[in-house]
Design a protein around this ligand. Structure first.
Ligand code: 13P
Ligand code: SF4
Length: 326
């Protein structure tokens, strides 16, 4: 990547600070490309959780959004986890409160609650098991209960219902505003402009978009899919920063996307990462009881293997019923 002198100096300074502090930087795929240059690991929510669990570093600087840094802190109780920008939140994670979840649990006392990782630590603490976009189908399939509550993403829940047979899926009515904007009309337009391109959608997209796509993947699974699929062009239906990540990994292929930006994901900058390393801020602090309970939900998730990206054209003989909770 070509960078100016100022950015290059910042990169060198961050690399020096990382060594000095025995720290690593974990970065989500949607981060700005200059952050890739100083990241020790770039990944999706699942990969970042796994990396946070196994690192020997003393401090983790988490360049992503708050719920992701929280998951790293829950999985790594003896390490300092800091987030460069404390205001990097997730609109979807804020769509369900603990009180609302407790009311749902009262109404459906024996039904397991699957919390998408895009939730706060308090919500994870109230759930039975977590899932990410990479393993959601496998997680729901692994549950013996016919009825399953999925929070907070109605789009992910509808996708799961379309792929897992024989369940009754009850979903919270949350969504990601960045993925909600993507429509089947955009796919139609994309297919006419780029007839040879394969279409890859994130499971946070509406089901109408998912159904019209060729593949449905987590952000990291998108990289693997574009590597193995022989096509040279892809239309990527997720936060648009993802195409910069794909271009970096696969410079000989072409990627198109609709400009749908997650401003929270872009709040971390090299300057803020440098300050996070110097001042060891902003530390993620979670009350011990919440941490222990949330850890149980995350640990249960790791007992189930991650699902592979789904070839969307494969037939789905039976799907599950799908209801939005009122
Ligand atoms: P991934 O786990 O697929 O990276 O998704 C996280 C996310 O927040 C997508 O909007
Ligand atoms: Fe949350 Fe959507 Fe941003 Fe992902 S893209 S962090 S789900 S608001």
């Amino acid at each position: 990547m070509q960078v100016n002198t100022e950015t290059s100096q910042l990169i060198q300074e961050i690399k020096r600070l990382k060594k000095q502090k025995k720290a690593i930087v974990l970065a989500h795929n949607y981060q700005n490309p200059e952050i890739y240059e100083i990241a020790d690991f770039i990944g999706d929510s699942l990969g970042l959780c796994q990396k946070a669990q196994t690192t020997k570093a003393k401090m983790i600087v988490f360049s992503g959004v708050y719920f992701m840094a929280e998951s790293a802190a829950i999985l790594n109780p003896n390490k300092k986890v800091v987030i460069p920008d404390l205001n990097a939140g997730c609109a979807m994670a804020d769509m369900i409160s603990v009180e609302q979840l407790k009311n749902v649990k009262k109404k459906y006392p024996k039904v397991p609650v699957v919390a998408y990782v895009n939730t706060t630590a308090e919500i994870k603490a109230e759930a039975d098991i977590c899932c990410t976009s990479a393993n959601a189908i496998a997680i729901v399939k692994s549950l013996s209960s016919k009825k399953v509550i999925i929070i907070p993403d109605r789009n992910l829940a509808a996708y799961i219902a379309s792929k897992v047979p024989g369940k009754e899926i009850l979903s919270w009515d949350g969504y990601c505003p960045i993925h909600q904007r993507l429509t089947p009309e955009y796919i139609k337009q994309g297919r006419s402009q780029h007839p040879n391109a394969k279409i890859i959608a994130h499971p946070e997209c509406p089901l109408s978009v998912i159904k019209a796509a060729d593949y449905v993947c987590s952000t990291t699974q998108m990289i693997a899919t574009c590597k193995t699929d022989p096509s040279s062009e892809f239309i990527i239906l997720t936060e648009c920063g993802m195409i910069k990540r794909l271009q970096r990994e696969l410079p000989h292929k072409k990627f198109y996307s609709l400009c749908s930006l997650c401003f929270d994901m872009k709040k971390n900058t090299l300057q803020k990462i440098k300050e996070a390393l110097i001042y060891e801020k902003h530390e993620i602090i979670i009350p011990e009881e919440i941490k222990q309970k949330a850890l149980k939900s995350l640990t249960k998730m790791f007992e189930v293997l991650p699902a592979k990206s789904t070839r969307n054209k494969s037939a789905t003989p039976h799907s599950s019923s799908f209801t939005i909770l009122k």
